[in-house]
Design a protein around this ligand. Structure first.
Ligand SMILES: Cc1cc2nc3c(=O)[nH]c(=O)nc-3n(C[C@H](O)[C@H](O)[C@H](O)COP(=O)(O)OP(=O)(O)OC[C@H]3O[C@@H](n4cnc5c(N)ncnc54)[C@H](O)[C@@H]3O)c2cc1C
Length: 407
C-alpha cells in the first residue's frame, strides 16, 4: 500500500497553476498564493487602452483548484524550510510537505533609482495596469497636454507604447518618451525589430531615448544620465524584474537577488524535495522569462513529482522553440522565431487566439459559469479587436499584408 504524499505549491500563476492542474488526486495537493486570481500577464498591456478589462484577464484560483480536487489557501508563504519540510504562511499557518514546488515568479526592479518606487507606476499585475489605464483616462479628460514617460524598451515597454498609441494617437496634446539603457529597443531580439518599431512610430509624437539610463524620477520629471530632464505627467516603469528575497531566505538561491539554480529536471540544486519552476528557476542554460516556458515547466514538474514518489529517474525539461509575439497596439504585430521576424496586423489575431486558447485551456467550459465567462471573453475580443478592422476599409486592406522584416 502506498501512502499519500503531501505536495505544497507556492505561487499559482503560469508555472504553479499548470503543475497543480496536472497533478491528479493520488496525493494531497495544497496550493498557496496571496491573490485570488490567476492573471494572464502577456496581455495586461491591453488594459491601458481598455480593449481588455481586468475580469477578462483573470480566472478564479479557488474554482480551478477545487475542480481539480486540490486545496487552495489564499495567503503568502513567508518561510520555507526545506530541511524540515514545512512552510509558514503570513497568517501563521504551518503546513508540512513531502514535496514542495516553488513558482513565485519575479518582482519589480527599480534598481534603486531615486524616486522610482514612489513616483512611477509598476507594470507587473492586472491591478497595476488597470490603475495606469484609469490614470491615463483621467489625465486626458482633464488636461490639454499629457506627457507619458515609459521606462524600459523591452517587450512590456513596447507593448504599452502600442496600447497608448492605439487609444490616444489621434488625441491632441499627447507626447510619449520611451527610455532604454541599451542602444536598441527590444534588446536580446534581432536589432532590426527595434528599428521597425521606431519606424512604425515616426508619424506619432513618440521620442525614443536609447543608450541612456534613468537617474531619478520625480512627480513631474524623469532625469536621465545623459543630462536631459524630461517633464512628464505620468511615469510607467517596465524596467525589469529581479528575484524575490524569498528564494535566498529559503536557501534556494546562493545570494540575494539571484534566481534559484535547478537541475535540468527542475529539482533544486540544494534540496531534493524542492522543485523550482517558471521565472524563479535558473536552469543550467538560462532561458528567457516567458509564460509558455513557465507553463511547460509546470507540466514537466507534475510528471517528475510522480517519478520522484515512485523512486524513478526524473526526466529533463526540454524547452520548446523560443518565440515571441509582440504587439504594437493596432499598428503592427511582430512574430519572432530565432532570427526570423515577420510583421503584420493580421498577426494580432494570432496573439488574441493564444490568449483565448490558453484561458480556455486553464478553465475548460465544463460548467455554466465557465461557459459564460468564455463567451464574454470571446465576444469582447471580437467587438474590441476584430470589429474596428472590419469597419475600416484601410485596416481591412492592411490585414492581408504580412511581411518579413529584413536587414
Ligand atoms: C507585462 C508583462 C508582459 C508579458 N508578456 C509576455 C508574453 O507576451 N509572452 C510570454 O510568454 N511571457 C510574457 N510575460 C512573462 C510571463 O508573464 C512570465 O514569464 C510568467 O508569468 C512567469 O510565470 P510564473 O508562474 O513563473 O510566475 P508569475 O506568473 O509571476 O506568478 C508567480 C505567482 O507567485 C505568487 N507568489 C509570489 N510570492 C509568493 C509567496 N511568497 N507565497 C505565495 N505565492 C507567492 C504570486 O502572487 C504569483 O501569482 C510577460 C510578463 C509581464 C509582467
Amino acid at each position: 500500500m502506498t501512502t499519500r504524499k503531501q505536495i505544497v505549491i507556492i505561487g499559482a500563476n503560469f508555472g504553479g497553476l499548470t503543475a497543480a492542474l496536472r497533478l491528479r488526486g493520488d496525493d494531497d495537493v495544497i496550493v498557496i498564493d496571496p491573490s485570488p486570481h490567476f492573471e494572464f500577464l502577456p496581455n495586461i498591456h491591453e488594459l491601458l487602452s481598455g480593449v481588455k478589462s481586468p475580469e477578462q484577464l483573470r480566472l478564479s484560483r479557488q474554482r480551478l483548484l477545487q475542480r481539480a480536487g486540490h486545496r487552495f489557501i489564499q495567503d503568502a508563504v513567508v518561510e520555507l524550510n526545506p530541511a524540515d519540510g514545512f512552510v509558514q504562511t503570513h497568517s501563521g499557518e504551518s503546513i508540512q510537505f513531502d514535496i514542495c514546488v516553488v513558482a513565485v515568479g519575479g518582482v519589480n526592479n527599480t534598481f534603486g533609482v531615486p524616486g522610482a518606487d514612489e513616483f512611477s507606476f509598476p507594470f507587473k499585475s492586472v491591478d497595476q495596469c488597470h490603475a495606469i489605464g484609469n490614470t491615463l483616462r483621467e489625465k486626458f479628460a482633464h488636461q490639454e497636454q499629457v506627457t507619458i514617460g515609459i521606462v524600459g524598451g523591452g517587450l512590456e515597454g513596447v507593448e504599452s507604447l502600442g496600447e497608448i498609441l492605439r487609444r490616444y494617437r489621434d488625441t491632441p496634446g499627447l507626447t510619449v518618451h520611451l527610455i532604454d539603457s541599451s542602444d536598441q529597443l527590444l534588446s536580446g531580439l534581432p536589432a532590426r525589430l527595434g528599428q521597425a518599431v521606431q519606424r512604425r512610430c515616426r508619424n506619432y509624437p513618440v521620442n525614443f531615448h536609447t543608450g541612456t539610463r534613468v537617474q531619478a524620477v520625480t512627480e513631474t520629471a524623469i532625469e536621465l544620465t545623459s543630462g536631459e530632464n524630461l517633464p512628464v505627467d505620468i511615469t510607467i516603469w517596465t524596467g525589469g524584474a529581479t528575484a524575490p528575497d524569498f528564494l535566498f531566505e529559503s536557501g534556494l538561491a546562493p545570494e540575494a537577488d539571484s534566481w534559484a539554480p535547478v537541475h535540468q529536471t527542475l529539482q533544486s540544486r540544494f534540496f531534493d524535495n524542492v522543485f523550482v519552476i517558471g521565472d524563479a528557476a535558473e536552469l543550467p542554460q538560462p532561458l528567457s522569462k516567458q509564460a509558455y516556458f513557465a507553463s511547460d515547466m509546470g507540466e514537466c514538474v507534475a510528471e517528475n513529482i510522480a517519478r520522484f514518489i515512485q523512486n524513478e529517474q526524473l526526466s529533463d525539461f526540454q524547452p520548446s522553440t523560443n518565440l515571441s509575439l509582440i504587439s504594437l497596439g493596432d499598428l503592427d504585430t511582430y512574430l519572432v522565431i530565432g532570427n526570423t521576424v515577420v510583421a503584420g496586423t493580421a498577426l494580432s489575431a494570432v496573439k488574441e487566439f493564444v490568449y483565448q486558447f490558453n484561458m480556455a485551456r486553464y478553465e475548460p467550459p465544463l460548467s455554466l459559469l465557465s461557459f459564460v465567462d468564455l463567451q464574454i471573453r470571446f465576444w469582447r475580443g471580437v467587438i474590441e479587436l476584430g470589429l474596428p478592422n472590419w469597419l475600416s476599409p484601410r485596416s481591412l486592406l492592411r490585414l492581408g499584408y504580412i511581411r518579413p522584416i529584413s536587414f
